[in-house]
Ligand binder design. Structure first.
Ligand SMILES: Cc1cc2nc3c(=O)[nH]c(=O)nc-3n(C[C@H](O)[C@H](O)[C@H](O)COP(=O)(O)OP(=O)(O)OC[C@H]3O[C@@H](n4cnc5c(N)ncnc54)[C@H](O)[C@@H]3O)c2cc1C
Length: 499
């Protein structure tokens, strides 16, 4: 993973001259004046772990699995939001952990938590590091150091129960690794978020991720039947039956816990048979409202295909089309048809499917060209979506002036859907401050319009205040009590999630 951008450096892309011209004309984008920092220019804080802590960690996981070198520290400094990338490009390594620890078993994870609790060392559970909400950037004040606990060595398919259609998988598996292991047995998870190539199963569970095929396969939290969690106060096994009336469903204390309550070391996940074919189709709707209505009907009649995604007019236009493009991915039976939309056939959808993991590379190219591009997402019930859509657009336009705000719906339910916005604007003199001010306005608009602060990115550091407002004082009290009970010394991801 590129340390200051996305993915495989070999797949980095540039922008065509006509796109650069358009950015300059439409948004006033000008090339940045200075060069971004090189790897060697990143300013790292002095590593601060005591020799005793380092020796203890080495005795638990092995000397080669405790890394204190600059390379490991830089690669675990932050997630992959645009502000994260901007800070890295400025050479700001101030959030780097003091060490990166790579445990190889559940037992080793538990032991690391035991030592770090006793020594008051903060621990950041680290999967793919693709968080876009500051989920791997804890507060370090008051701690005797910070370690990133990278779960990449926990990467096995442990077992498959084909009768129940369950697979036990470890959290460090990245999306493609997990699919490869399952596909070899004719199975699939069907979870394909845009970050799929680099994000991990543990991260999907801890941040309640939603993939592009969520219409047919559900969100990641729908797939989790059981979890094994290491916490500072002991091991926790959750989920022993498909449904249970034995009290509240405590799996949901861990799903979405963003590394603040424990480390997920294993998961029992629902799997499906690998479809013989994944088919594509596309439609053009006259308006975003008409497309949303059609989606709602499909959801309420329970006729959803695997993938259903609708772009608004602006997103469709940026993609070279007109009206509102709907992409349909279907795996069996007949695809849905729409009387009031134009049928475009499979080609636009196949093109979308082919390029769907390429978007983050384009973000790097836009940043390099002097633009700021970032995404934000929310969700609401169907009746509240039009107001939410307008409110977020207007807030971003008011905050940023010359800006392109585009939106799509790709996660939908019987009662509502999420809205996913992509924002492109000129970086300006201080891109970080400019974006953060606009994001604050958009978050405020989301709250006022009755949306949730996140449908699938999570809370992290960035959304903590808005999350507190959303769950109210009683909810905040509950979250703090859970934290205190599972992590009494507060070492797990301090400053993340819990208000
Ligand atoms: C370009 C891009 C596209 C994205 N597209 C999507 C998308 O389509 N859908 C979507 O849902 N999200 C998306 N995301 C957000 C992100 O990929 C998800 O939140 C993902 O679930 C994070 O997984 P990860 O393995 O990278 O976790 P990390 O970033 O490493 O961690 C995320 C959080 O989970 C915690 N955590 C990680 N592993 C564990 C564990 N084993 N136990 C306990 N806590 C743990 C961390 O401490 C942190 O708080 C995107 C991000 C980027 C940069």
């Amino acid at each position: 993973m590129l340390w200051s951008g996305w993915g495989d450096p070999g797949r980095a892309t540039g922008l065509a001259p006509d796109v650069l011209e358009l950015l300059a004309e439409a948004l006033g984008v000008t090339p940045p004046t200075g060069e971004p920092a090189g790897f060697g220019d990143v300013r790292l804080p002095e590593a601060d772990l005591s020799p005793f802590v380092l020796a203890s960690l080495r005795s638990i996981v092995g000397a080669e699995s405790v890394r204190t070198d600059a390379d490991a520290r830089i690669r675990h400094t932050r997630g992959k939001s645009t502000p994260d990338l901007l800070r890295m490009r400025m050479g700001d390594g101030s959030d780097a952990p003091d060490a990166v620890v790579l445990p190889g078993s559940h037992h080793e994870v538990s032991e690391v938590l035991r030592v770090c609790s006793a020594e008051r060392v903060a621990v950041v559970p680290f999967g793919g590091g693709t968080s876009v909400v500051g989920g791997v950037t804890p507060l370090r004040e008051g701690f005797a150091g910070v370690v990133a606990l990278d779960v990449r060595r926990l990467d096995r398919l442990v077992s498959v129960d084909e009768e129940s259609m369950l697979a036990e998988l470890q959290p460090g598996l990245r999306g493609p690794q997990a699919e490869e292991l399952l596909n070899a047995r004719g199975l699939t998870l069907g979870h394909f978020p845009q970050s799929w190539e680099y994000a991990t199963l543990g991260g999907f569970a801890a941040a309640r991720s939603s993939g592009q095929a969520s219409a047919g396969y559900g969100r990641f939290d729908d797939m989790v039947e059981g979890l094994t969690v290491a916490t500072p106060v002991g091991d926790w096994e959750l989920g022993r039956a498909p449904r249970s009336a034995a009290g509240p469903d405590l799996r949901h204390v861990v799903l979405g816990s963003e590394g603040a309550f424990g480390v997920i070391t294993s998961m029992r996940l629902r799997v499906r048979r690998l479809p013989a074919r994944r088919n594509w189709d596309a439609w053009r709707f006259p308006s975003f409202a008409a497309g949303r209505d059609a989606m709602r009907v499909l959801a309420q009649e329970r006729r959803l295909p695997a993938v259903l995604r609708l772009s608004d007019e602006t997103e469709t236009m940026i993609g070279g089309g007109s009206g509102c493009l709907m992409v349909v991915g279907w795996e069996g039976g007949e695809p849905p048809t729409f009387a009031d939309a134009g049928h475009l056939g499979p080609e636009p959808a196949e093109r979308w499917a082919e390029g769907r993991f390429g978007g983050p590379y384009l973000r790097d190219a836009l940043i390099a060209a002097g633009a700021t591009v970032e995404t934000l997402e929310t969700a609401a019930h169907w009746s509240g979506l039009p107001r939410l859509y307008e409110a977020v657009r207007l807030a971003l336009e008011a905050a940023l002036g010359r800006v392109i705000v585009m939106c799509h719906v790709s996660h939908l339910y019987e009662t509502g859907a999420s809205l996913y916005f992509t924002v492109v604007t000129a970086a300006g003199d201080d891109p970080l401050a400019r974006w953060e001010a606009a994001k604050a306005k958009a978050s405020e608009a989301i709250g006022l319009a009755g949306g949730t602060i996140s449908h699938h990115h999570g809370v992290g550091r960035d959304h903590r205040a808005a999350y507190a407002a959303e769950i109210g004082p009683v909810g905040v009290g509950v979250m703090r009590a859970i934290k205190k009970s599972l992590d009494p010394m507060g070492i797990l991801n301090p400053g993340v999630l819990v208000p």
